[in-house]
Write a protein that binds this ligand. Structure first.
Ligand SMILES: *[C@@H]1O[C@H](CO)[C@@H](O)[C@H](O)[C@H]1NC(C)=O
Ligand SMILES: *[C@@H]1O[C@H](CO)[C@@H](O)[C@H](O)[C@H]1NC(C)=O
Ligand SMILES: *[C@@H]1O[C@H](CO)[C@@H](O)[C@H](O)[C@H]1NC(C)=O
Ligand SMILES: *[C@@H]1O[C@H](CO)[C@@H](O)[C@H](O)[C@H]1NC(C)=O
Length: 226
């Protein structure tokens, strides 16, 4: 009995050796039917003890792999959830009916009435202001159109794209030689959470729209940076 215990301890020592492979000390596979038979015949035998040791190691290995997989899955799920929660895109047009806006004596905020898309509800339809839900790189696009054929017309297609009141871009087409003018701008901008993006009509500018939606304001989060 003492000899068996000694052999078994030796087996444990071998099993704990980091250089000890999955093979038995004699290069035999531990699942060798001969070893299994030993175990069936005598559970206190050294062969059985070694086999149990191997099974314990394999179980530890698979448990570790399983918990690693679970951690990876949780991380992937969190990333996906984050991606879904940060979705932000809006696209709006000035009007749906044939109508013009301006010219005014003072710069006036433009409220786009037609909402094509407002994913994440960042665009406020009563103020015309888009508030960035989170920090990130956003794509912003603005197109303006003016028509000198409309009543009271002056031809000056111009507007200002602003962030927190500061001008990001001031697209303008002020040409008296023709009937219609249009201009546009597209930018990639780093915004902070809470930054307010809007469009104003500077004094003298004049925009016309119809169901063709010549005046559009669009923005979306390209990727979050927080
Ligand atoms: C492997 O995980 C199971 C289930 O959580 C547990 O019962 C068992 O004791 C673990 N085995 C080892 C060797 O850690
Ligand atoms: C839009 O802005 C107004 C004025 O700041 C505010 O009262 C209103 O709650 C906002 N609407 C939404 C949907 O956030
Ligand atoms: C813009 O204004 C918002 C709201 O007041 C503020 O949270 C944000 O930090 C401002 N951004 C910049 C770049 O000043
Ligand atoms: C357009 O050009 C005319 C002639 O140069 C000028 O008087 C007018 O102020 C300009 N309008 C705007 C909005 O820039």
């Amino acid at each position: 009995m003492r000899a068996i215990v000694m052999l078994c301890l030796l087996g444990v020592a071998v099993a704990n050796d980091p250089y000890y492979s999955w093979n038995g000390p004699n290069g035999k596979e531990s699942t060798d039917p001969a070893t299994e038979n030993v175990c069936l015949m005598d559970t206190a035998s050294c062969g059985c003890c070694l086999m149990q040791k191997q099974m314990w190691r394999m179980e530890t290995f698979f448990n570790m792999s399983l918990s690693q997989l679970q951690r990876d899955l949780e991380r992937a799920e969190a990333a996906l959830h984050n991606l879904r929660a940060s979705r932000s895109a809006f696209s709006v047009a000035l009007t749906d009916t044939r109508r013009c806006l301006g010219p005014f004596r003072e710069a006036t905020a433009i409220r786009y009435e037609v909402v094509f898309l407002n994913l994440g509800a960042g665009y406020n339809t009563s103020t015309g202001v888009f508030t960035a839900p989170r920090a990130g790189v956003y794509s912003l696009a603005l197109t303006v159109y003016s028509d000198a054929g409309s009543p009271g017309a002056t031809l000056a297609a111009c507007a200002r794209l602003r962030r927190n009141g500061s001008v990001l871009a001031a697209p303008s087409e002020n040409n008296t030689q023709d009937q219609e003018d249009s201009t546009s701008v597209t930018m990639a901008v780093q915004l902070n959470a809470g930054d307010r993006v809007d469009v104003t009509l500077p004094a003298g500018c004049f925009l016309c729209d119809s169901s063709s939606h010549f005046n559009t304001f669009t923005g979306f989060l390209l990727y979050a940076t927080d």
